[in-house]
Design a binder for this molecule. Structure first.
Ligand code: GAP
Length: 513
């Protein structure tokens, strides 16, 4: 646990030191769970968004984009159920006065059981060596089975209690499991209460006429209310999707773990409209497609798993999370939800307008069913960044800090370094930059010895360093150094563009899907 915490602290401090993420309003001591993306962070975030958009919109001829406003008519949120049901169960510890999400306290307890299972696996792998069969061990080891059964039973009970709104039983569960406040260590809890997560604001100049509004807690509703406009103007036939990226806001009870749970964050969502009765098939299809998208980034198959929901949201008939192994354990990264016709029907009812699709093949109108894929951009950023940050022991006995970002997402694709600041080398380096910058984000770096510059770029996540030296003056060749292997090759300046393109092109990476 301590090791995980240390690793996570390194992630947070590296993100600050290398210009990726800053605490918002830091000079005023910051604003809780609100963050700013700095010069490198904004590029990484843009590249992730683009990687998603290209995969979802550009590569699917039946998915189109949308950019709906953050402010929406307040009835939207009445119809969607957010006014009545978008709340989390909260509980306070009377000694530390700290507020927690009651369900998260229980889930963290189950997470500890998962950690115990992982420890058993590690121990057994060591004991049995080459002959160790992990899958068989997980299915047969009595201790592992006991932990699994206990975890499943706890989650089942939690799900049922939340479903029935039986908050007294959620409290009873916390007490039975003897969960203590991580701060005070005490088990002196208040009752569990529901807390609505939407931020309210006002539209209008005078207090008397101002209209109460909400900041959208999800981007999805902007898609639902525009469903028919988009369908008619694009002439899309079912099945088809509408995708959008944008800010969402939630007054989270406990916003922790850096950019994992924020109060202002960005979502990348896609609503896929299908014929009623086919939703299960599309739900499975999108589960598979989205997992492949994650896999294409090469962050390790073992770092992902599906977690099917026990407690379904008010709009869903099936739901799963793609969980990622963050430095603090497996947590939700993306949600895939079969949302039925709940939203469109509710908007029909509240607006009095029909939101139906005329199916020419069937010769009838119906309200489509919806399968949604919804991923937090900031959470994806954290997954990528924390997975990329590594300390590597080198052959010469030293260590290097390297940020092994997938090259397609790296903020800067190459740094161009003149070996010395004279003899015409800086001028050649500048010419290389002037040529490459039309296609890639590249930077010039001449400060410090070249070895230190390599280290700086490794820590910055830059996949290539291009060094201009005295040989360049004779034969127009430079050294290109690869961040991950540290391998250096002599190549002609004219070849640089193709080499960088091959490793950083979105197409190369998405083809792995
Ligand atoms: N439209 C469905 C929806 O919003 P959700 O599971 O509440 O579903 C989807 O959110 C995704 O948005 C999550 O999987 C997560 O990646 C991201 N997300 C949700 N709340 C967040 C928060 N407070 N901070 C950062 N990301 C968040």
């Amino acid at each position: 646990m301590a090791k995980q915490e240390d690793q996570f602290k390194k992630v947070v401090s590296h993100a600050k030191e290398y210009g990726y993420v800053f605490q918002s309003s830091e000079i005023y001591d910051g604003l809780s769970a609100v963050y700013d993306y700095a010069q490198n962070g904004v590029e990484l975030k843009k590249n992730i968004r683009d990687y998603w958009w290209r995969a979802m919109v550009q590569m699917h001829d039946n998915i189109v984009g949308l950019d709906a406003a953050i402010f929406m008519h307040p009835t939207t949120w009445k119809a969607s159920g957010h006014v009545d049901a978008f709340s989390d169960p909260l509980i306070d510890n009377k000694d530390s006065k700290k507020r927690y999400r009651a369900d998260v306290l229980v889930e963290d307890y189950v997470g500890k059981l998962d950690t115990k299972i992982e420890k058993e696996v590690k121990k057994a792998a060591k004991r049995f060596g080459e002959s160790f069969d992990k899958a068989q061990f997980l299915e047969t080891n009595p201790r592992v089975l006991q932990y699994k059964e206990k975890g499943a039973a706890i989650l089942k009970r939690l799900g049922q209690s939340l479903e029935k709104e039986d908050l007294a039983d959620v409290k009873a569960l916390i007490e039975e499991l003897e969960i203590a406040c991580p701060l005070s260590g005490s088990r002196n809890w208040t009752d569990v209460k529901q807390f609505n997560l939407m931020f309210g604001t006002k539209l209008g100049a005078s207090a008397e006429t101002a209209m109460d509004l909400y900041l959208r807690p999800e981007t999805a509703q902007g898609i639902f209310v525009n469903f028919l406009n988009v369908q008619k103007t694009s002439r899309m036939k079912i099945p088809f999707g509408i995708a959008q990226t944008g800010k969402a806001f939630r007054n989270e009870i406990v916003a922790r773990q850096f950019i994992f749970r924020m109060r202002e964050f960005e979502q990348m969502e896609m609503q896929f409209f299908v014929k009623p009765g086919t939703q299960k098939e599309w739900y499975e299809k999108w589960k598979e497609t989205r997992l492949k998208w994650h896999m294409s980034l090469g962050m390790g198959e073992d770092n992902y798993r599906f977690h099917d929901h026990e407690k379904l949201a008010h709009y869903a008939d099936a739901a799963t999370d793609i969980e990622f192994k963050f430095p603090f354990g497996f947590k939700e990264l993306e949600g895939i939800h079969s949302r039925t016709d709940f939203d469109l029907k509710a908007h029909e009812e509240f607006s009095g307008k029909k939101l139906q699709y005329f199916d020419h093949e069937e010769n009838k109108s119906y309200v489509p069913y919806v399968v949604e894929t919804s991923i937090g951009l900031d959470r994806m950023f954290l997954a990528i960044f924390s997975n990329a940050l590594q300390e590597e022991a080198l052959e010469n006995g030293t260590t290097r800090t390297v940020l092994k970002l997938p090259a397609v997402l790296a903020p800067t694709k190459a740094a161009v370094l003149p070996l010395v600041k004279k003899d015409g080398l800086p001028e050649i380096a500048r010419q290389i930059i002037d040529d490459l910058k039309w296609d890639f984000n590249v930077i010039y770096d001449e400060k410090d010895a070249v070895g230190r510059r390599y280290r700086r770029q490794d820590a910055n996540g830059t996949p290539f360093c291009i060094t201009v030296d005295h040989e360049t003056l004779n034969d127009n060749s430079v050294t290109i150094r690869h961040r991950d292997t540290m391998e250096q090759k002599r190549v002609k300046i004219e070849a640089l563009k193709e080499i960088i393109k091959q490793e950083t092109d979105v197409k190369t990476w998405l083809m792995k899907m």
